[in-house]
Write a protein that binds this ligand. Structure first.
Ligand SMILES: [Zn+2]
Length: 491
């Protein structure tokens, strides 16, 4: 493998005068994508045979590349326990003064954690925004809590996880959110029909939503009234004079999936790390029975990024070690809500390992060679932006310095890392041209056509070479001396 000068003057001169030989070729990436995006991998959904095959493939490739195992417990796999819950049927009845009124299909939706949920004559308690401090001391044993959202900017929203944990601790059987009038009911109902839980379950046994007009039925007051009441700082939970029956069915699937983690130890600052990441998972079998092609192969999203991660690992493993460590994390369950990335960031938070930058790689195979490098996350960490730009130019890439790609910031694992204080950027040619990006998003994205026949790995190969150079630059304290301050919330 030939090494290319990327630092200092030599690189600057070369950049101005010559094209660069490619180290990582499209064919090298194609060899991995052909396997990971094959029908035998069934779209790589975590907890399925195809997902397990993808994990095994990446683990084997990391080991063959010469990485060391890098998970927090010193192994290759960081396991994540998961539960996927899907709703099937639901019926709700509100009873006031002995008079039952059935809720319609456009008034209640939701799912239970058990295959059958049977709640009978449960008291309804309005808990406002569900802020844990406002609910403190309230006994909700056997009750269904009713929560209202949409109170910002007068009162900030309460994080779902905090609210659910507090409701469970208070003994609530279930929780119902009063939907906002703006959101179409079909979308609201759908978002309460599927749920993926990572780690221990800290929520009531039933989670649902009711339409704004149902508020009157449940609590005897309009949704607007309830919203006004909920933003008063001294708000305390109020018990309704109505009770509710809920009967629901569904399925719950429990399984274990894993991030695959490899690393190359640094020579001077081994506890400081550059973290390269790409999600190995995709959405699995995605078309209904009888469809001609049922498998979402996820060739661009994100077999391409996984292939880049593996090939970058191979190149860096053959080079002299950097002063800082380089970690390679193939994350799981990105498609279920950046779950693997969040689990990794949480797991290392209390260890000596300090990640100085995350470079995420996602969906790199949608543009040809020659596209400028653009960034998702540009503007949050100017020191990192400057090094990325300089490094890209030094290897002959054009640089697109606008921030339009930031519309993708919450849709990739770098967001999960950023939320836990790790500075994160995604540098790729795939997000430079919005027309091309949207052609992909409106086209093969999350469809069976995101397959080998519809990808272009020439741009991806350029991105791969870029990541070799970026990892070396950012793993060198002489070039990137002071780790960036904790991530600012992205505007
Ligand atoms: Zn995706």
């Amino acid at each position: 493998m030939s090494l290319r000068p990327i630092l200092g003057l030599a690189a600057g001169l070369l950049a101005a005068t010559s094209a660069f030989a490619q180290t990582i070729t499209p064919q090298m990436l194609r060899d991995h994508v052909a396997v990971l995006a094959s029908d035998a991998y069934e779209g790589r959904e975590p907890g399925t045979p195809g997902g397990d095959r993808a994990e095994a493939y990446v683990l084997q490739a990391f080991a063959a590349a010469g990485l060391q195992p890098g998970a927090p417990d010193g192994r290759w796999r960081q396991e994540v326990a998961m539960t996927d819950v899907r709703a099937a049927t639901i019926a709700g009845t509100v009873t006031r003064s002995g008079k039952p009124v059935a809720l319609g299909a456009n008034q209640i939706a939701g799912l239970g954690l058990a295959p059958t949920t049977s709640i009978t004559r449960a008291p309804l308690v309005f808990v406002g925004r569900g802020a844990p401090d406002q609910m403190a001391g309230t006994d909700l044993t056997g009750a269904v809590a009713v929560v209202i959202g949409g109170t910002a900017p007068d009162a900030p929203p309460v994080p779902n996880a905090d609210r659910n944990a507090a409701l469970q601790a208070a003994g609530a059987l279930g929780v119902l959110l009063i939907a906002s009038a703006q959101a179409p009911w079909a979308d609201v109902a759908h978002s309460f029909s599927e749920l993926t839980i990572a780690g221990p379950v800290r929520r009531p046994g039933f989670t649902g939503v009711v339409s704004p007009d149902a508020a009157q039925l449940l609590l005897g007051r309009s949704a607007a009234d309830l919203r006004t009441a909920a933003i008063v700082p001294t708000f305390r939970p109020v018990r309704s004079d109505a009770t509710i029956d809920i009967a629901a069915t569904g399925t719950a699937r429990r399984y274990t999936t894993a991030n695959i983690v490899g690393m190359l130890p640094g020579t001077q600052r081994p506890n400081e790390a550059v973290l390269l990441s790409a999600h190995w998972d995709h959405i699995g079998i995605c078309a209904p029975e009888g469809a001609a092609d049922r498998i979402c192969n996820g060739a661009a999203d994100n077999a391409s990024g996984t292939a880049i991660l593996i090939e970058v690992a191979k190149v860096l493993a053959k080079q002299p070690r950097s002063p800082r460590s380089v970690y390679f994390v193939a994350t799981t369950a990105e498609e279920k809500g950046l779950i693997g990335a969040d689990a990794y960031a949480a797991a290392i938070a209390d260890t000596p390992l300090k990640v100085v930058v995350n470079l995420n790689i996602d969906t790199s195979a949608i543009v040809p060679v020659g596209m400028p490098m653009a960034m998702v996350g540009r503007g949050n960490h100017p020191a990192i932006d400057a090094i990325v730009d300089q490094t890209a130019r030094a290897i002959g890439r054009k640089v697109d310095t606008d921030i339009e790609a930031n519309i993708m910031v919450q849709r990739q694992d770098g967001w999960a890392f950023g939320q836990r204080g790790i500075p994160a950027v995604m540098a790729t040619g795939s997000v430079s041209d919005m027309k091309r990006l949207f052609a992909y998003l409106d086209g093969p994205y999350h469809k069976p056509t995101d397959d080998m026949a519809h990808i272009d790995l020439t741009g991806a190969a350029e991105d791969a070479d870029l990541h070799v150079a970026l990892a070396r630059a950012l793993a060198d304290p002489a070039r990137y001396p002071t780790p960036a301050a904790p991530a600012q919330p992205t505007k």
